[in-house]
Design a binder for this molecule. Structure first.
Ligand SMILES: Cc1ncc(COP(=O)(O)O)c(C=O)c1O
Length: 400
């Protein structure tokens, strides 16, 4: 049986038994028969159930029977849609993972916490490790927000900020960025004022996703003087900068979020970290799950930090390739690449939609990112690939 139940506080919940919810409507109170063999009533929040599950690759591309791409290309897809590092990790990572003898034990994070602290030039008490930086975004909201408090976002923004605010049922104040993707400073200041102290956490991304632009340090400084916490997501900082690390000693309300997914090529192993005041770090340490980062990520990250020369050489290759790709894209008459400090390039399209171009490229086995939000309809975001992948992309773009 499926029940839709009004809760006292006005929200609606669905009771579902042993199967999929089919065709329910908000506000319907009548029990809807679906299955009759269940013994336990399970309730889920309708609000959360309306979130679309995340898939790393859209279903229609994943299934090789898709109309969109020819099956023989599936194996050779050129994936320039998720800002991964096409050069992969240090070769020492595979070696360290093969030689590690402690997979049967729960991991001890202290050596990595210390190594990350050395890499970032902070004290270990200012470092918190997470299962990807995604997890740290979630933990920060849990630590800093009471149920009626929320976040300020500056769209277009990385989707996980909104996602975790929604999952935590926190209010969101959106202050859209300008046409050139610059922050609307008076708008942010007004949102803080008008929220009556309920907007507690501001998320910024620098270099920004999807635009690739760095937020000037003076701008961050001005925002740090507002009465709220400021999280600066530096997922792409190794590809451009400068970052805001020098401000950490000055401002206790600054939190920097970083990741090993991009520069270190470890997206699949899920390791992020936060740099923040020791008191806040202590708070995050208290609420994270005991073994949130797995032993393989730990081993891989330590091997990476012991082989910085190789990894940084890959970052330099990627940056050089980004500049080359940027110039080549600018030569295509209907494409306008926006200068980027990250490992991707956002392109404004003249006379075409992002979805149309992304689908045409997918038909040739090349994935780039298009966006559903109306403001980005006329854009695609291209992750910088290896030279041969970028050549293939350019060839197809010239033919479209
Ligand atoms: C701005 C930004 N922050 C965080 C992440 C997530 O990184 P992680 O793989 O560490 O969860 C991404 C991934 O694309 C990102 O673009």
């Amino acid at each position: 049986m499926l029940y839709v139940v009004h809760k006292p506080f006005g929200a609606v919940q669905v009771a579902l038994c042993d199967g999929l919810i089919q065709g329910f409507q908000l506000g319907v109170v009548t029990p809807m028969p679906i299955f009759h063999h269940c013994t336990v009533e399970i309730t889920v929040s309708v609000i959360l159930y309306s979130i679309i599950p995340f898939a790393a690759m859209p279903d229609k591309l994943y299934h090789s029977s898709s109309w969109l791409i020819r099956p023989h290309i599936v194996e050779q897809l050129i994936r320039l849609d998720a800002n991964e590092n096409p050069f992969g990790p240090s070769p020492r990572v595979a070696q360290a993972l093969a030689e590690f003898a402690g997979y049967h034990l729960y991991p001890d994070y202290r050596p990595l916490r210390e190594a990350v602290a050395r890499y970032a030039s902070v004290s270990p008490q200012q470092v918190v490790l997470g299962n990807g930086s995604d997890e740290l975004i979630d933990l920060l909201m849990r630590l800093c927000l009471e149920p009626d408090q929320g976040v300020i976002l500056c769209p277009p923004a990385f989707s996980m900020y909104r996602f975790f605010a929604d999952v935590g049922r926190h209010p969101v104040w959106e202050v859209p960025r300008g046409d050139d993707f610059s922050l609307d400073m008076p708008g942010i200041e007004a949102a803080v004022r008008e929220s009556d102290g309920r907007a507690r956490l501001l998320f910024l991304t620098s270099p920004g996703n999807p635009d690739g632009q760095v937020i000037p340090q003076d701008t961050v400084r001005r925002l740090l003087r507002l009465p709220l916490m400021v999280a600066v997501d530096e997922a792409y900082i190794e590809f451009g900068g400068p970052g805001v690390l020098p401000l950490l000693a000055e401002y206790e309300n600054l939190i920097i979020i970083r990741t090993f997914s991009k520069w270190a090529g470890l997206a699949g192993l899920r390791l992020g970290y936060a740099l923040l005041a020791p008191e806040l770090a202590d708070g995050l340490e208290r609420i994270r799950a005991p073994y949130n980062v797995n032993a393989a990520a730990l081993v891989a990250a330590l091997a990476t930090l012991e082989d910085l020369e190789t990894v940084q050489a890959n970052v330099a290759r990627l940056v050089a390739e980004r500049e080359r790709l940027q110039a080549a894209l600018a030569a295509i008459p209907w494409l306008e690449p926006i200068p980027s400090q990250a490992n991707f390039i956002l392109c404004r399209l003249r006379g075409r939609s992002g979805q149309e171009v992304a689908e045409a490229l997918a038909g040739q086995g090349i994935l780039v990112r298009s966006f559903s939000e109306p403001r980005l309809e006329g854009y695609i975001r291209i992750s910088v690939g290896r030279p041969k992948q970028n050549e293939a992309l350019l060839r197809v773009l010239w033919e479209l």
